[in-house]
Design a protein around this ligand. Sequence first.
Ligand code: PMV
Length: 343
Amino acid sequence: MQSVSWKCPSNIALIKYWGKKGNQIPANPSISFTLNNCHTITNIRYEPKENDGTLLVSFAYDGKPMPSFEPKLETFFNNVEALFPFLPGYTLEINTTNTFPHSSGIASSASGMAALALCLCSIEKNIGGNLSEAEFFKKASNAARLGSGSACRSIYGNMALWGQTDFYPESDDEYAIKIENIDSVFKTYCDTILLVDEGEKEVSSSAGHALLNGHPFAHIRFEEANKNMGLLKTALETGDLKAFTKITEQEALMLHALMMTSNPAFILLKPNTLAIIQKVWEYRKNTALNVAFTLDAGANVHLLYPAEEKIKAHHFIEFELAKFCKNKSFIHDGVGMGPEQLV
Ligand code: PMV
């Protein structure tokens, strides 16, 4: 059997994707930091089989079968069949592992689906595909999107944008692009993930996206996201950390406000999430440093700060924030270079 392997990082959105149309087309454009330490490593062993039109795929997580992943995987393969017509002619053995705990509440679908998409593109290349490097990554991003929308952004290092917007003429609804023009401060930005709640999400992001259909504030939300896209672009290009903080926090709170005003409503924030937010605001007022928060679709807090404030931020985390985390646990991460092919 031959084999391909990719290491692919997770990402954290600053402008949030929340709400979709048709086949995984975002209702508004989104921007994210690509992380480094929180990543998935996926290996696929493959060999030719008789092409009888059926897929033969086995899946293991950390070397063990994981039946709970299988429905999502099946949907993914159904969605990407047309992109990879060679698939029914091969047997695939997928083995995957994450550097962060599977139950930590950190979204593993972004890094997981992106790693899988990259592996499929590499198999295609090995059996005679001849895409240019740029087309290879574009295709991987498009395929990753069909597994989990946010996954398409994990294909590129530093910062990525997904969704058509006039602010970036190269942008597209079907794949992400790398944002090239950013101030150097953002290339080393730090993200400490404060693990407030390690449980499984109570409402899946697919269910959350669906609740934007007919949501009374959906229209306003999409307008605000587009407006924030323009403001964030300027902040990223000029290195304006005050503006960056304001937009990032507003986006995080708006995401959760949409959840609270959905029908049915739901709340993913926990009391300790709010306690951390209060502490961050107090800290910023007292120190004038640039520690900011953002939130995923869950209770964990991503604490964002420039590398030059690292020592002070770590002190703040250890002495003032860790007590709000489950078992005082957090993960130091930061902006990374993007996926890496291992085999
Ligand atoms: O990729 P999905 O369908 O799991 O949705 C991700 C949604 C958020 O994480 C809340 C926002 C984002 O843009 O990543």
